[in-house]
Ligand binder design. Sequence first.
Ligand code: FMN
Ligand code: SF4
Length: 397
Amino acid sequence: MSMLSGGPHPALPQRGREIDGGLRGDALVRELERANLLGRGGAGFPVARKWRTVKANGNGRAVVLANGAEGEPLSRKDRTLMVERPHLVIDGALLAADAVRASDIIFYVGNEHRAAVSAMRRALAERHERAAQRARLVEAPAGYISGEESAAVHYINAGDARPTVTPPRPFERGIDGRPTLVQNVESLAAAALHASGALNGTALFTTSGAVRRSGVYELPPDVAPEAVVDLAGGLAKDVQAVLIGGYFGSWASAEEVWSLTLDSNSLRARGLTLGCGVLYFLPADSCGVDATARIMSYLAGQSARQCGPCVFGLGAIATATRRLAERAPQAEDLARLARWSGLLAGRGACKHPDGATGLLRSALEVFADDFVAHQQRRCITRRALPDHSRVLAEAVA
Ligand SMILES: Cc1cc2nc3c(=O)[nH]c(=O)nc-3n(C[C@H](O)[C@H](O)[C@H](O)COP(=O)(O)O)c2cc1C
Ligand code: SF4
């Protein structure tokens, strides 16, 4: 059984619990550890380790917060999962609550994802377990930051979706001051499938850009990016780079990307991250400097504006990148970007500046020639591609 592609398993009820029997409690935690299930919300933290910590901290008072905020602009997988398999997400949350001995469950679902909110509300109403009846759904405000775990907790506690200075982290003191397990909804669904012995390690990918069919695809572990492209109907255009992992991920050049396998460990070994499973294929005739400038402007605009390095640092990065993209830079803009990209990590209350500057560093590497050209008020990509690549392809054919 898989998360999406097979649809609901024919042997399982369509309205209500999807998983019956199977592993529970410590046995499930051991299985998640054996399978090395990593979180699918972005950071790739081991699920079993988090469950153990929350159980140890919780004394039976813990809370499970199922994170379905999905603020990442290029991601669709969480909302798709909640619409297609809401009961699987609920199963995962119930199993997590049982394993960490939590007394409350909160489903935190992005308020812009209306179909997901309705599907989850409907599915919760269909459940009769005591824990499910006590569960509640909280609509997450729109925006990139509201899905960050301390922002989610702060919103539920105090109506303000801004990250809080940590520690204490939510696993120590979260909802109502109680240890809180914040877990992405896909991670919970995957845990439920592991409990039933059914999951073969698949993960969800959101694919867009130069593919024929943008969408959410489920793939087994260790596949090559070609497998995702095949499911997405093939490439509609030549590709010059791929954004892996979303706005907090990294650019990989087209040459590098076809040699990758899409599992967390091998990506990490290459300095990349699977993040939340986004794969955006940048067409060869689009400018990488411009694409990066758009992302930097967005991320700077999403700062929760409470930490100086994040507000001013990301603002300055966005402005300089925009000037470069418009081929109207100040003399030092490229040198400044190179310097600033190493200065902000670890200097905010949350990881927002770390994610943004990680993406910038990868752009400066992958689009190095383009950035130099833009500093000289030229754009290589627009001038030379796609004709140049076609001529090249014909010459080597
Ligand atoms: C700025 C920011 C935004 C985030 N947005 C989300 C989100 O929308 N959904 C999500 O599951 N995790 C998001 N995260 C990660 C969460 O803080 C947390 O690590 C995650 O929900 C834990 O679940 P996981 O271990 O299953 O991945 C975000 C992190 C940061 C720094
Ligand atoms: S680092 Fe940025 S986004 Fe994070 S809490 Fe500080 S100001 Fe807000």
